[in-house]
Design a binder for this molecule. Structure first.
Ligand code: TSB
Ligand code: ZN
Length: 593
């Protein structure tokens, strides 16, 4: 079979897989004592996991690459062979990971591939000759647990990028470079948005004043949208008794993600892993009739979850999660219209935030996994049917994901991708017939009898941390004016303009804007450049003429010179810009008339 007769995906699979073997051979030449784990192709290239006598450094990569190129040029064949398992165990006697793999194979014999002197346990397929491996580049080294299990040894994983042509590879490397520049962990530090500390712990970022401003703006925006949509906001504590979570079922199905209990006097307390039980108690605090429903209880609540240290990172996956949370208590008849209402909130929020790329996922349970999910066929069937119908009515294409539901019911998740292409859940709408049952929730129906409400759990902008991570990358740190931590930087030309600069700043602050003065003893151009680097939307340069005329000379962070204008005119302009951005539909309404 020739390579040309294969589909592009099949060709690339073989090429990338072959490159992984050639990389393993190069590593073997440099470290004869290396232990080899696995080396599969991935959709942008390949990787291989090794246990090595020392940590690799970035300087090692060019060396490995050079050895790989020599092997590719020598154009030797990939040869497949088979070996009985016991012989393979002898062959790989000093390779513990390979032995574990061989022992896991059910067949009596195993398949091997050889190029030159290098033999690897492998199912294939490969290209015929090393010369058929196209352009590649080794990217970086990362830690990876053997079999993804944090209790097993930590290995070193070398990533390589590979495409069929040099153009495609260059294109990918350029996108990767761009993505690295947008990485919210890098920008978060450079723009002074958040910090981390070993003394606080992993997955527990500290928001600095600028990051705190962004979070507060997101919260204020959502609180207002929710107020309009008829939500009632509450505050609940971050602790609760274990008993509460025994009733809710978290203790049985969610304990692995919870922090262990604290024994205090006669109480056993845990940090809240979710806000639902507290909100349920608030619903239960009063009697409800069908006329009150839906009751929508909302809170920017903090949830504490034990996320494995290998998966926490930056702001996108944290251990103390500030969630734009709400629980809607409604009649079964109201589920669909409430679902629609939440969807409208999500659509409006995404339009305001500039989020245009997202996908719907119907996240389902798994009847065989009794540990993770509550057992009730009726709950799962009903929930799934309601969500499916709601999605179909919405007309949105969606994918289905088994084993991604909440323990109490199925959900619709809105999936977004970060700059590196990793998928995360941003917003979620969940149908829950379980918790109302556990807490014996009721409302008085039209017939005067007691009925069970349904709970919709929902997050619109999701976790503020995750949303911030996404927005930092989306805007490469250059937030739109309404969301920028500092909207205008006032830059006095000389020391004698400082008093006027402060007056300008104070006027802006009094009018509700976020402004600072750059009083450093630096040249004006340096100050303008620094404000640009800090992605401040507007720089207001003030000198004699501006002070005289109550004006400001306006420059944008994009480098545009808007010239001098009266201060009130700049304020009007900024106010319009913010108002339009925060309510994109208003512009449409105006245009339509
Ligand atoms: C929506 N009880 C529901 C709530 O009422 C709930 O907690 N659902 S959840 O478990 O799916 O979490 C809600 C959202 O929080 C997720 O959709 C996701 O956007 C966000 N989230 C969950 N875990 C993390 C985390 N470790 N870091 C950042 N965000 C997270
Ligand atoms: Zn909930």
């Amino acid at each position: 079979m020739t390579l040309e007769s294969l589909s592009r995906d099949e060709r690339l699979y073989r090429m990338r897989h072959s490159a992984a073997h050639v990389m393993a051979e190069a590593v073997f030449e440099m470290f004869p004592e290396a232990k080899f784990a696995i080396g599969p192709p991935i959709d942008t290239g390949f990787y291989y996991d090794f246990e090595l006598p020392r940590p690799l450094t970035p300087e090692d990569l060019p060396q490995i690459e050079a050895r790989m190129r020599r092997r590719l040029e020598s154009d030797v064949a990939f040869e497949r062979s088979e070996m009985p398992k016991d012989e393979a165990l002898r062959q790989f006697h000093d390779q513990p990971f390979k032995i574990e793999l061989i022992e896991g194979i059910a067949a009596a014999s195993v398949s091997l591939y050889r190029q030159g002197e290098f033999l690897d346990l492998c199912e294939g397929p490969h290209v015929e000759r090393t010369g058929q491996v196209p352009p590649f580049k080794l990217l970086n080294v990362a830690g990876a647990y053997w079999r993804g299990d944090e209790k097993r040894p930590m290995l070193q994983r070398i990533y390589g990028a590979m495409f069929e042509t040099q153009e495609e590879l260059d294109d990918y490397l350029q996108r990767l470079d761009e993505a690295t520049k947008r990485d919210h962990r890098k920008l978060g530090r450079e723009l002074g948005l958040y910090m981390t500390s070993d003394l606080v712990g992993s997955g527990l970022p500290l928001l600095l004043p600028k990051g705190a401003t962004v979070r507060r703006l997101l919260e204020e925006y959502m609180l207002e949208q929710e107020r309009i949509a008829g939500y009632q906001h509450v505050y609940t504590p971050d602790l609760g008794k274990v008993e509460l979570y025994k009733i809710s079922g978290h203790w049985e199905h969610y304990r692995d993600s919870m922090y262990p209990p604290m024994q205090l006097e006669h109480e056993e307390l845990v940090l809240t892993p979710m806000n639902c039980p507290h909100h349920i108690l608030i619903y239960q605090n009063e009697l409800h009739s069908y006329r009150d429903l839906p009751v929508r209880i909302a809170e920017f609540g903090t949830m504490y979850r034990y996320e494995k240290s290998g998966v926490v990172g930056g702001l996108s996956r944290v251990r103390a999660i500030n969630l734009n949370d709400a629980h809607i208590f409604c009649t079964p008849d109201q589920i669909k219209s409430e679902f629609g209402g939440v969807m409208r909130l999500i659509e409006r929020a995404y339009a305001t935030l500039g989020i245009t790329e997202y996908a719907f996922r119907l996240s389902l349970g798994d009847a065989t996994n009794t540990e993770k999910y509550v057992q009730s066929a009726a709950i799962w069937e009903l929930g799934e049917r309601v969500l499916r119908e709601a999605l179909l009515e919405l007309g949105a294409p969606f994918v289905e994901a088994p084993n991604e539901a909440a323990f109490y019911g199925p959900k619709v998740d809105l999936q977004i991708r970060d700059v590196l292409g990793r998928e995360e859940t941003m917003s979620t709408i969940q149908v829950d017939f379980h918790l109302p049952e556990q807490f014996g929730l009721t409302y008085i129906g039209e017939d005067g009898g007691q009925h069970r409400p349904v709970i919709l759990h929902r997050g619109v902008i999701g976790a503020t941390e995750r949303m911030m991570a996404y927005l930092i990358e989306l805007y490469a740190g250059a937030f739109p004016a309404w969301l920028a931590p500092v909207q205008a930087m006032v830059i006095p030309i000389a020391d004698r303009h400082a008093a006027y600069a402060h007056r300008v700043r104070d006027e802006l602050r009094n009018q509700g804007f976020r402004a600072d003065v750059d009083r450093r003893n630096e040249r004006m151009n340096a100050k303008i450049r620094d404000a640009q680097l800090q992605k401040v939307p507007y720089m207001l340069v003030v000198g004699d003429r501006e002070a005289e005329a109550e004006a400001v000379a306006v420059r944008t962070r994009a480098g545009e010179d808007l010239k001098a204008m009266p201060l009130f005119q700049f304020i009007d302009r900024l106010r319009d810009e913010v108002a339009t951005a925060m309510d994109p539909e208003a512009t449409v309404r105006e245009a339509v008339g």
